[in-house]
Design a protein around this ligand. Structure first.
Ligand code: ADP
Length: 495
């Protein structure tokens, strides 16, 4: 089974959040099934800087105003093959993959990601001179959402799968951009990629892909609702009715293991938590929090409205009053950063905010905290709650999406439904009660740490979809996980 996996991020090379980690984890797990998976991503400066061995192996024509590109190839240390779209005029600039250094979105994001989608569709048809053609094209999020559409418009037979990591991000551009992207007029239609008079890259993917996945079973149901479907619930409901919509929870990779995480000051496991206390000490000292015997609440998150940091801020006084401390690490909206910085200034001894992202500090906060706060308004899957459980840190999370699917309320964490400061405070009170009962705390920590969130079974679920679309065999996993406690089977979302 040959799979081309098109994505805007790959954690080894460039990452702004969960997409990069999933793009690093899933292809590798699929390779364990014997699949020949190759990742395709744009040649951002960070990618080129880390791929000194990159060889130019092919070239692809443009379309309308999308410029031609060359394709670079590199094999990462573990053998994962990566193709890089080389289009210097689109990608080689300072800033993030999506935004200028001042935070504004790149004005030509339609062309930048149109180029990614077009390259994916062209390579999927065996073009470019690589001497390799996939059996299936797997694209991720709106960034590569045009690829299934180009395939369809070009009459290609290669099946495509779209994974939606967050339906709120849709890649919507004004209608005139369709000419620059070479979109045929018939496709600018409700039955196509037209979205309220504009064009939507994500809708293109949803409409033209042969199968659509979301990153948890609950989210697969949620995207069919008006509340969380981002205006596309009619389309997703139709997909569910035709059994073309699956929810497969994300996994976390094996580096999330407190026994062998080099970023922790000392290794630990469920039987000996001294390394956990050492990590807490490093976090308190590093972030200038006062010494304390109370619980440490960690937050590692993009600082965006989705993540409910305003709810954390509103609940913070209560947490501190009850003897807790809060350590926050993240990067995002200037307004959210300012709000949190102000909060930290009001509670200097007990609340610390580190604006930025730093993998070692993320792991120390996740490892050293007693609880981790995730009052996300919605959460397609979420990785932090799984990472936290592996490290014996009990998540306190809104019962939504993948959070509801991967946390066992009262066993490995705390779920709450009332998304308000009062709801979070009530959940934190349950956590304080457990913290005061050392036997119960130890039991929950053990239960959380025994959870496995590996990619094996998730990859098997994707492999079944590829098999169904291509008719080609792909091996079952070599070593199935022993404890299938969580709900992650690819349930087809009910209409
Ligand atoms: P999302 O994809 O919405 O950011 P997830 O919980 O799925 O949320 O994934 C978060 C992952 O991204 C975690 O592993 C976290 O450590 C990491 N992360 C969070 N903030 C950043 C950031 N600013 N830069 C890079 N990685 C981040």
């Amino acid at each position: 089974m040959k799979v081309l996996f098109a994505t805007s991020e790959l954690a080894d090379l460039v990452k702004t959040g969960g997409l990069g980690e999933v793009s690093a984890g899933l292809p590798r797990a699929l390779r364990q099934h014997g699949a020949d998976v190759r990742v395709l991503l744009p040649g951002y400066p960070a990618v080129l800087a880390k791929c000194r061995e990159l060889r130019v192996v092919g070239s692809l024509p443009g379309r309308a105003s999308i410029p031609p590109c060359r394709i670079g190839a590199v094999r990462l240390a573990d053998g994962l093959a990566v193709y890089v779209v080389l289009a210097p005029s689109l990608y080689e600039r300072r800033g993030s993959p999506y935004c200028r250094p001042d935070g504004a979105e790149w004005a030509d994001n339609d062309l930048r990601f149109g180029r990614l989608g077009l390259a994916a569709a062209q390579l999927a048809q065996g073009r470019g001179g690589l001497g390799w053609q996939p059996d299936v094209l797997h694209v991720n999020d709106w960034h590569a959402g045009l690829a299934p559409a180009y395939l369809r418009w070009e009459g290609a037979a290669v099946p495509s799968v779209l994974t939606v990591h967050n339906i709120a991000h849709q890649g919507v551009f004004s209608a005139e951009h369709r000419h620059a992207l070479g979109i045929p007029e018939h496709a600018f239609d409700m039955n196509g990629l037209e979205f309220h008079g504009q064009i939507s890259f994500l809708k293109a993917g949803l409409y033209y892909a042969d199968h659509v996945c979301t990153v948890s079973p609950s989210y697969a149901r949620e995207v069919t609702t008006p509340a969380l479907g981002g205006g596309l619930h009619g389309l997703t409901t139709g997909l569910a009715e035709r059994r073309q919509l699956s929810g497969i929870a994300n996994g976390i990779d094996e580096s999330w293991d407190p026994c062998r995480d080099p970023h922790l000051p000392m290794a630990f496991d469920a039987a000996d938590l001294r390394g956990k206390w050492a990590a807490a000490e490093v976090v308190r000292t590093g972030l200038c929090l006062a010494p304390s015997d109370g619980p440490l609440f960690g937050v590692v998150s993009r600082l965006v409205p989705q993540k409910g940091l305003d709810i954390v801020a509103a609940a913070a006084a209560g947490i501190v009053r009850d003897g807790g401390q809060i350590a926050i690490l993240g990067l995002g909206d200037p307004a959210t950063e300012q709000m949190l910085n102000k909060l930290a200034r009001s509670y200097r001894d007990n609340i610390a905010v580190l604006v930025g992202f730093n993998e070692p500090m993320a792991r120390r906060i996740i490892g050293g905290s007693d609880f981790c706060l995730m009052p996300s308004r919605y959460e397609p899957c979420g990785l932090t709650q799984m990472q936290a459980q592996r490290y014996g840190t009990l998540p306190i999370a809104h019962a939504t999406g993948g959070l509801a699917d991967t946390i066992e309320d009262g066993e490995t964490g705390f779920l709450f439904s009332d998304l308000s400061p009062g709801g979070l405070v009530a959940a934190c009170e349950r956590a304080f009660a457990v913290f005061a009962d050392k036997a119960q705390l130890a039991g929950m920590r053990r239960a959380a740490m025994s959870r496995r969130f590996g990619w094996e079974r998730r990859a098997a679920a994707y492999a079944r979809i590829y098999r169904r679309l291509t008719g080609k065999p792909i091996a079952e996993p070599a070593a199935p996980e022993r404890r299938p406690a969580e709900r992650l089977e690819p349930v087809l979302a009910a209409a």
